[in-house]
Write a protein that binds this ligand. Sequence first.
Ligand SMILES: NC(=O)c1ccc[n+]([C@@H]2O[C@H](COP(=O)([O-])OP(=O)(O)OC[C@H]3O[C@@H](n4cnc5c(N)ncnc54)[C@H](OP(=O)(O)O)[C@@H]3O)[C@@H](O)[C@H]2O)c1
Length: 226
Amino acid sequence: MGRAGSPPRPGGGAAGRDPEGPRGKVSAGTGKGMVLSQVDTVNLPSIQRAMQAVGNHLKDQGLTLLINNAGISSHATLCSLDSQEMLDVFATNVVGTLQEFLPLLEQAAKGEGKEGLSCSRAAVINISSKLGSIGLCLHVPQAPMYPYRASKAAQNMVTRCLAAELQDKGILCVAIHPGWVKTDMGTQEAPLTVEHSVRGILTVLASLSQDTSGAFLDWEGNSLPW
Ligand SMILES: NC(=O)c1ccc[n+]([C@@H]2O[C@H](COP(=O)([O-])OP(=O)(O)OC[C@H]3O[C@@H](n4cnc5c(N)ncnc54)[C@H](OP(=O)(O)O)[C@@H]3O)[C@@H](O)[C@H]2O)c1
């Protein structure tokens, strides 16, 4: 879960603010046919350029899998909260890249012989967080993190709406909590390594179908309350 937001696989793509930087290259891997695009998810022209680059790379195949991984955290409490911080966190964590990439996903979904919903047809995976669960919030009194929690709850609602709206177009949408992971955001105190979390997420992605579109799952495939 570094700067590059898609899983490393030949013929795939990854995008981040600094894809050619050391963390971007490590995250994206060195698979043959990988396309690395620069994207800042709060900058529309950069999203449009990345979409063009991905579209040119994939030609008429369309985009099978869009993983929205970029996220920022905020530890603001009720007392320390300011509105600009709230808006900045929402801009990154909620608005995302979907609108621009939708035509490429629709193109993939229309591919010959493709039926039902799955990650091998067309899918949007929003990397969410358990901290955005309203249902679990009463049981997690620590870490107020108002902007982060509110933004992830909003991202979850976006995922749910997308799943309902895009299912007839053959596009699956889910929200996935990656676990508490050793990253800059998760810190080295986290119990899970990036590799462990990513392996779990890839297994979950392979199992997704019509029945799980619109779900909120963790990296082990457990269902989480919204
Ligand atoms: N780590 C955890 O325990 C945990 C738990 C639950 C959910 N999550 C979620 O998992 C996702 C990844 O988090 P992480 O743990 O890898 O956090 P991280 O170590 O802080 O990395 C965040 C990533 O998002 C990128 N990013 C932030 N703003 C961006 C923007 N405007 N445009 C493009 N990229 C941007 C960062 O790019 P730069 O490197 O360029 O800054 C960085 O690669 C997030 O959505 C987070 O909410 C993480």
